[in-house]
Design a protein around this ligand. Structure first.
Ligand code: GDP
Ligand code: GDP
Length: 414
């Protein structure tokens, strides 16, 4: 599950004071997301899709206008809490007029003056009451939870031992939340890593029956608890279908992903120059890109558990992958990037062109984007891949999958 903070969307026709109000909130250090969209129709759709709480901003000097009615009618019936905010209520005379906004039929109204800050604190309290509770992680939120994945014999337990066997390493072994799992805590660069034992790596042998089922089940449980999957492959034996299945599992799990090519000592003895990319490494890397396309964004490290080589670069790469996993882009530049991508290579099918009215990032871990468009049905997945490639040209975000959601935002039939 992606981590999502509660979202408050502010809607309202131009000039009611949305920016003034928003800046007032920001000064109060509230976590509020505001999006400026001119079209009332799109505003209403975005709010109903994305908001946990909708702030419908109006202002008292103009009274209830046709635009207010249109927005109210579009929002009516939404299951999200809506707070009607009557702005510019600077003085008692104006407050006396604010009552007419009850006519909109959206419930309670809140009188504020964004300019003077009046009523804003009370409203904030009310917003907080309306917001859903964010679930707290059962485990330390700051720790890095790494699941070591891969088919049998690639060297997962050897790697786990190599990570923890050195001086930098062990803090403790503690029972994980899943039965049988033993987590290993490791501190590195002031960060706390929790290595999640995937398949009972420390309890060797005696798995009978459906090994494949057992392994997949364990790997999925480990991934559930992890925020990074480390896919270990065998640099000596090469890639197999089992690696492909692991890659798919990790990708579908929506976690950050790093690949370790282990047993590299068999190909090249460690020479203390891990930065250098030999022709052998380049060839293996190409093979990974060809055969594991679902994790094309995953950085690749070469390791030897046997020689304890290449281990720290894996941990550094995991840290970088987590940065990508937490990436957030502002709505303005994101919309420009998406519109540029559409402009460079317009998409159409059966004479119908794809239009994206509005694009926004809706979650992190992994970065998840919503595109509000005229017709999501017409879009072939290869076009989303094109958009993702364009996006990654600007923001490579190595180590994280990205999620794209197409949402419909119908144009009014004229
Ligand atoms: P937006 O288009 O909804 O973002 O509106 P703005 O925040 O740009 O505000 C439009 C105008 O209303 C600006 O001139 C603001 O100074 C003014 N304004 C905003 N809030 C208040 C308020 O509480 N009282 C008064 N008197 N004017 C306000
Ligand atoms: P797992 O099933 O993925 O946990 O794999 P193991 O850690 O049990 O390793 C399987 C076999 O590969 C064992 O015989 C290990 O000694 C060997 N092995 C693991 N890592 C390396 C390595 O980096 N280099 C070499 N040459 N052998 C390794």
């Amino acid at each position: 599950m992606a981590t999502k903070l509660p979202v408050v969307v502010i809607v309202g026709r131009p000039n009611v004071g949305k920016s003034t109000f928003f800046n007032r909130l920001i000064k109060r250090r509230a976590a509020v997301v505001e999006d400026q969209i001119e079209q009332v129709r799109v505003q209403a759709e975005v709010a109903m899709e994305e908001a946990d709480t909708i702030l419908f901003l109006t202002e008292v000097t103009a009274g209830v206008t046709p635009d207010d009615w249109e927005l109210a009618n579009r929002l009516r019936g939404s299951k999200k809490p809506i707070l009607v905010v009557v702005n510019k209520t600077d003085n008692p005379q104006r407050a006396a007029n604010a009552g007419e906004f009850y006519a909109l039929g959206l419930g309670e109204i809140f009188m504020v003056s964004s300019l003077h800050g009046k009523g804003v604190a009370d409203l904030l309290d009310r917003i907080v009451e309306e917001l859903p509770q964010v679930e707290k992680d059962e485990e330390e939120p700051d720790e890095i939870r790494l699941a070591i994945l891969g088919r049998p014999n690639v060297g997962k337990s050897s790697l786990l031992n190599a990570f923890t066997g050195e001086q930098r390493a062990i803090v403790s072994n503690i029972p994980g939340t899943t039965r049988d799992a033993i987590d290993t805590l490791l501190s590195y660069r002031d960060e706390r890593f929790r290595l999640i034992d995937t398949a009972g790596l420390r309890r060797r042998g005696k798995i009978q029956g459906s090994i494949e089922y057992y392994m997949v089940d364990r790997a999925m449980k480990a991934l559930d608890r992890a925020n990074v999957g480390l896919i270990v492959v065998d640099g000596d034996a090469g890639l197999t279908d089992g690696d492909k299945r692991t890659a798919k599992l990790a990708h579908d799990g929506g976690k950050a992903v790093v690949i370790a090519v282990n047993k590299w000592d068999v190909k090249e003895p460690p020479n203390g120059k891990p930065k250098q990319k030999s022709p052998e490494k380049k060839a293996f890397l190409q093979q990974i890109r060809d055969e594991l396309p679902e994790v094309s964004y995953a950085p690749v490290c070469f390791t030897s558990a046997k020689e304890s080589a290449g281990l720290e670069p894996v941990l550094d790469t995991v840290l970088k992958a987590l940065d990508s996993y937490n990436f957030r882009i502002a709505t303005g530049p994101f919309n420009r990037l998406i519109q540029d991508a559409l402009f460079s290579k317009p998409y159409s099918t059966k004479g119908k062109f794809l239009k994206v009215y509005y694009a926004t990032q809706v979650a992190t871990r992994p970065p998840t984007f919503a595109l509000f468009c005229n017709d999501p049905e017409i879009v072939h997945f290869s076009y989303l891949r094109y958009i993702e490639n364009q996006f990654r040209k600007k923001y490579p975000l190595e180590g994280t999958p990205l999620r794209w959601k197409l949402k419909s935002s119908h144009e009014k039939k004229s």
